[in-house]
Ligand binder design. Structure first.
Ligand SMILES: [Zn+2]
Length: 307
């Protein structure tokens, strides 16, 4: 297994296999990439571009994908996934960031949600395609991801990871995402499994098993939520929960785990806190053999070297 940081701050933290920097998160802010870190880019979730081009927002019968539209789980503004200027600009941007960092990990690669997008351009593209609504959306996402993959893997010659949302069954109907289409285009998959608590690890373990089955030979990385920007620490997952869910995801077969914090100092605080979870670390030794032990060995390495 590999373990990574996943942070809004461009600062490596000792004790992990790699560091993933949120160069362009869904808020749309862009930061310079770092040559010794991987870069995380959200494509269609983009508050800044939506503010500059409000006419690019994704449309549906239940309203546009502004984050204020409670008909959908949109936590940021989501642009139409066929907007040609945004697509072209993001292709060049992603290739440039790839050249200046260790690799590209994508989020927000898809249509906003079920029923999106019905803007005049999408209606016309759908009509011209001769395909069903779902198959047309799938084609749009797959073809664009093929272009992005070519830029990162073939042009910039860097690692490329496609991120998808944690829905193993209806990603196709909701977002236009078909895992079999994307598998040959990506080096590994990332599934963001953020939650403000992990009190019921059984569900997360199940999701890992589901995605391992669907992704077949392509590696699965799961991202866990430690603390985000502006969070009250009292409302974030406990170190014991994070340790337990990590071991249980490991035994269910995940190939990698990333931990999200806002700042590097919070990541180091997380390392200290899980090292201090002596009882949980002892209890979890009996969970799932070698794979679970890899998580516990990581924590032991922090105890000895970094904390
Ligand atoms: Zn559209």
């Amino acid at each position: 297994m590999k373990f990574g940081t996943y942070m809004f701050e461009a600062k490596k933290v000792p004790g992990f296999d790699y560091d993933l920097f949120r160069v362009k998160p869904e808020v749309g802010r862009r930061m310079p990439p770092k040559p010794d870190m991987h870069s995380n880019i959200a494509i269609f979730g983009d508050n800044v571009t939506a503010r500059i081009h409000p006419d690019w927002i994704s449309q549906s019968d239940l309203g546009p994908a502004w984050r204020t539209n409670d008909n959908f789980n949109v936590r940021w503004e989501v642009l139409c996934a066929t907007q040609p200027e945004h697509r072209a600009e993001q292709l060049d941007y992603i290739e440039d960031v790839a050249r200046k960092s260790e690799g590209i990990w994508l989020n927000s690669i898809h249509f906003a949600e079920h029923g999106h997008c019905i803007c005049p351009r999408c209606k016309e593209l759908h009509a011209k395609s001769g395909l069903s609504w779902y198959e047309w959306r799938r084609k749009e996402i797959t073809e664009y991801m093929a272009q992005v993959s070519d830029r990162v893997r073939n042009k910039a010659k860097k690692k490329f990871v496609i991120g998808v949302l944690p829905d193993p069954v209806t990603n196709y109907e909701r977002f236009g995402v078909n895992f079999d289409d994307l598998a040959p285009l990506t080096d590994e998959f990332l599934v963001v499994m953020f939650s403000k608590n992990y009190a019921t690890p059984w569900y997360w373990e199940m999701l890992v098993r589901n995605f391992k089955k669907l992704f077949k030979d392509v590696k699965l990385n799961c991202a866990l939520y430690v603390i985000g920007p502006g969070d009250d620490p009292k409302e974030t997952p406990t170190p014991s929960e994070l340790l337990t869910v990590s071991v249980r995801m490991a035994r269910a077969g995940t190939d990698g785990i990333l931990y999200l914090t806002d700042k590097a100092a919070q990541m180091q605080e997380f390392q200290k806190k899980v090292v201090a979870e002596k009882d949980a670390r002892e209890r979890l030794k009996s969970y799932g053999g070698r794979a679970g032990q890899e998580v516990l060995d990581l924590v032991t390495s922090w105890e000895n070297k970094y904390v």
